[in-house]
Design a binder for this molecule. Structure first.
Ligand SMILES: [Zn+2]
Length: 419
């Protein structure tokens, strides 16, 4: 008889394990994984009955019951309506508990957007907060906005705070490692906000937050390798490799924006000359416009894009040049990672029908081999950073061990804390 291994697809069979990083499958991390799976099925299929959870996950009904009871007790999940069934038992349906909410902020060099988002990604409040360059004062304004939102939603239970940062964050210390456009070096944002708000703070890179938001929305279902590029004051990128967001041990993976493409180019915020970002960011488009029209009046990228939409030739030329540089940089990303999909998010996507084709043709003009990645834009625009920041909190807090270690850190979400 022919051995099964000969006909099985290459991906089947033993998973290759890197013994340097192996973590034995203890009963605790098996429980963690099962819990994550159950929570994810509830999130994506809610409202859902326990029996359907068992069927979908393949876990034993008794395991499902135990996990669900715990998720209900911790207030991640709530029981709701009774399902209508033609006969037999009528099960109670489960959904995420949207009484539980997350405070989020999308921090940019000149402003932050502060918002309250529930577990289902719905926005309960949103406010733009203009920022000053001094980090202590800027964070003070963010905290003020957050405190007032919490007071307005005192009927909700606040799980934590997720913050999207225009830079890279050390995964261990949660300190900013690199944020050339922000210049908040050495300021401990997490500690400052935690002290003021008495809620745990999770920092995330903006591109990674957007990518997580896209994954949660289901837009990348079936895609294993993708790159998301944020185009704003700078250029950020997030990498999905083999179905996982790649951050690297240092947290610095994805800094394509600071790949040098012209040693004689303009000085970049990172200290080098001629990074991709100084040619392809929204700030680059404004610089091109200023060069073409020294007396022009494009105050910011939104003005410039509107002028292009209205047919201003110099504005169109400036953004076209930016788009062409974006496409050239995407060739570098394609050569390095060969993703199936590249998603662009940021200012320029509001004029995608005009400038998307320029990016596409630059990307496709010199492929090494094979088809070019599919190029697309994110749905949410600036909201995806906020949704992603909320998803980071949910992801980091909802696991069993994570929830347990968190509970021992400090009193939070004071439910049951004093009983
Ligand atoms: Zn740079």
């Amino acid at each position: 008889m022919k051995s099964a291994s000969h006909s099985a697809p290459a991906t089947r069979g033993f998973k290759r394990v890197d013994l340097a990083y192996v973590e034995l499958a203890s009963s605790e991390n098996a429980r963690d994984i099962n819990r994550d799976i159950v929570l994810e099925i509830i999130r994506s299929r809610q409202p859902v009955a326990r029996a359907d959870l068992a069927r979908t996950s393949g876990l034993q009904p008794s395991t499902i019951s135990a996990i669900v009871e715990q998720l209900i007790q911790e207030k991640w999940v709530k029981e709701g309506a009774i399902a209508r069934r033609p006969r037999g038992r009528r099960p109670t349906l489960l959904s995420l508990n949207d009484e539980l909410v997350i405070l989020t902020a999308d921090v940019r060099p000149n402003q932050a957007i502060v918002a309250v988002i529930d577990l289902n990604g719905r926005f309960l409040a949103r406010e733009v907060v203009p920022l000053v360059s001094d980090p202590e004062r800027a964070v003070g304004k963010i905290v003020q906005s957050m405190a007032s939102m919490r007071a307005h939603h005192s009927d909700r239970s606040f799980e934590g705070i997720g913050i999207s940062m225009p830079g890279r964050v050390d995964p261990e210390s949660q300190r900013l490692l690199l944020a050339p456009n922000l210049k908040w070096d050495d300021y401990d944002i997490k500690a400052a906000i935690e002290e003021n708000m008495q809620l745990q703070v999770e920092l995330a890179n903006a591109a990674n937050a957007c990518l997580l938001s896209e994954l949660w929305s289901g837009k990348l279902d079936g895609v294993r390798d993708a790159v998301l590029v944020t185009v704003s004051e700078g250029i950020g990128a997030a990498i999905l490799a083999n179905g996982q967001i790649l951050t690297s041990r240092s947290g610095l993976a994805g800094e394509f924006g600071h790949s040098p493409i012209d040693p004689a180019g303009p000085l970049c915020g990172c200290g080098q000359r001629g990074c991709w970002e100084v040619f392809a960011s929204s700030n680059a488009a404004l610089r091109y416009y200023a060069e073409l029209s020294p007396k022009g009046r494009a105050l910011n990228i939104h003005d410039l894009l509107r002028m292009a939409e209205e047919g201003d030739a110099k504005a169109t030329a400036a953004v076209s040049r930016q788009a062409s540089y974006i496409g050239r940089g995407l060739r570098l990303i394609t050569a390095a990672l060969s993703p199936e999909v590249i998603l662009i998010t940021g200012d320029l996507t509001t004029s995608w029908s005009r400038f998307g084709p320029i990016i596409q043709s630059e990307l496709e003009s010199r492929m090494l081999a094979g088809p070019a990645p599919r190029l697309g834009i994110t749905n949410d625009g600036e909201l995806s950073r906020l949704r992603g920041a909320a998803a980071v909190v949910l992801q980091r807090h909802s696991g069993y061990r994570r929830a347990a270690s968190k509970a021992s850190q400090k009193p939070r979400r004071t439910v049951n804390a004093h009983k």
